[in-house]
Design a protein around this ligand. Structure first.
Ligand code: PMP
Length: 304
C-alpha cells in the first residue's frame, strides 16, 4: 500500500503517497485511540460521486466526540478534502479512508501535549468479499469472540482500537475456511460481522439487530430506507443465532461489503443456499442509488 504513486491529504496538504509518513512513536499506533471512516465513491453519469459523504463525516466527528479527540478541521473542510483526494489520484471510483489520530509528541497514557493529525487516502478497490460472492453469497460462522460490551469500549465510535475485536473474529473465520464472521453480543444475541451490519429476512419481513454494540452503519440506514420504499417492513430487534439458521435470506451491509448475501452459517444452509430474491432486489436498488441510476436520492451523492 505504501509504495505507489498518488497523493494523500495529510494535515491540510496533498503529500506524495510515499512521503505520507508518521513516526514509530505515534501515540495512536501504541494505544489505538483514533477514529476513521470507510467511504466509497462510484462512477455516475454526472461524474464520480462520493456516496453519503456528509453522513460518514458526521459519524467521524461523532466518533471523535465520543473519544474526546478534538478534530482541528471542520466538517466542510474534510468533505472538500475527500473530493480533492479522489480528483488528485484520478480515480473514477474509490475507497476512501480518512483517519484522525494522535501524533508522537508524547508517550504514555497521560501524555497531554499530543497534536491531532488527519489523513485522507483513496484508492481503487473492488468488491470487498469477492465479485462472485455478490451473486452466490458467502459462508459465515458465529465467532468464538464476543462483540464488545457497550461499556467496555464505545461501540458508536468507529475507533481504531475497536478493530482488534473484529480482526480476531475474522482471522478465526478465515482460518476455518469461512468468508466472514458473525459476532454475538455479550448477552449472546446476533450483533454484526467483523466489518458489516447484518439483516435477515423471514416471511418477507426484514430484521436487523437494534444498535447496541453494533456500528451505526451508513449502508444499514441506506438499505432500511430503500426497503421501506419497496414497501418492505424492517424491524430492529434482538436476534438469536437460531433465527439466522431458519431465516429465508440473510445479508451483510457495509461500505466495503456493500450488500453481500449470506448463503450459509455454521454449516447450515440459509433459505435456498444462494442469494435470495429480496436480497437481490435490495442489492439492485443499492447499486442503482450509488451509481445515480435512480433519481430519488441525489442528496446522497457528492460529485467530486
Ligand atoms: N460494523 C462494523 C464493525 C464496521 O466496521 C462497518 C464498516 N464501517 C459496518 C458495521 C458497516 O458500516 P457502514 O455501512 O457505515 O460502512
Amino acid at each position: 500500500m505504501a509504495d505507489r504513486d498518488g497523493f494523500i491529504w495529510y494535515d491540510g496538504e496533498l503529500v506524495p503517497w510515499r512521503e505520507a509518513q508518521t513516526h514509530v512513536l505515534t501515540h495512536t499506533l501504541h494505544y489505538g485511540l483514533g477514529v476513521f471512516e470507510g467511504v466509497r465513491a462510484y462512477e455516475t453519469a454526472n461524474g464520480t460521486a462520493i456516496f453519503r459523504l456528509q453522513d460518514h463525516t458526521r459519524r467521524l466527528f461523532n466518533s471523535a466526540h465520543i473519544l474526546g479527540l478534538p478534530i482541528p478541521w471542520d466538517q466542510d473542510t474534510l468533505n472538500a478534502a475527500h473530493c480533492q483526494v479522489v480528483r488528485a489520484n484520478h480515480l473514477t471510483s474509490a475507497y476512501i479512508r480518512p483517519m484522525i489520530f494522535y501524533g508522537s509528541e508524547g508517550m504514555g497514557l497521560r501524555a497531554d501535549n499530543l497534536q491531532v493529525h488527519g489523513i485522507i487516502a483513496a484508492w481503487q478497490w473492488g468488491s470487498y468479499l469477492g465479485e462472485d460472492n455478490m451473486k452466490r453469497g458467502i459462508r459465515v460462522r458465529v465467532s468464538s469472540f464476543t462483540r464488545h460490551h457497550v461499556n467496555v469500549t464505545m461501540c458508536r465510535a468507529k475507533a481504531n482500537g475497536n478493530y482488534m475485536n473484529s480482526m480476531l473474529a475474522l482471522q478465526e473465520a478465515l482460518r476455518d475456511g469461512y468468508d466472514e464472521a458473525v459476532l454475538l453480543d455479550a448477552q449472546g444475541y446476533v450483533m454484526e460481522g467483523s466489518g458489516e451490519n447484518i439483516f435477515i429476512i423471514r416471511d418477507g419481513v426484514l430484521y436487523t439487530p437494534d444498535l447496541t454494540s453494533a456500528l451505526d452503519g451508513v449502508t444499514r440506514k441506506t438499505v432500511m430506507t430503500l426497503a421501506q420504499e419497496l414497501d418492505l417492513t424492517v424491524i430492529e430487534k434482538r436476534i438469536t443465532r437460531d433465527e439466522v439458521y431458519i431465516a429465508d435470506e440473510a445479508f451483510f451491509t457495509g461500505t466495503a461489503a456493500e450488500v453481500t448475501p449470506i448463503r450459509e452459517i455454521d454449516g447450515r444452509q440459509i433459505g435456498m443456499g444462494s442469494r435470495g430474491p429480496i436480497t437481490e432486489r435490495l442489492q439492485q436498488h443499492f447499486f442503482d442509488q450509488v451509481h445515480g441510476r435512480s433519481n430519488n436520492h441525489f442528496e446522497w451523492l457528492t460529485i467530486v
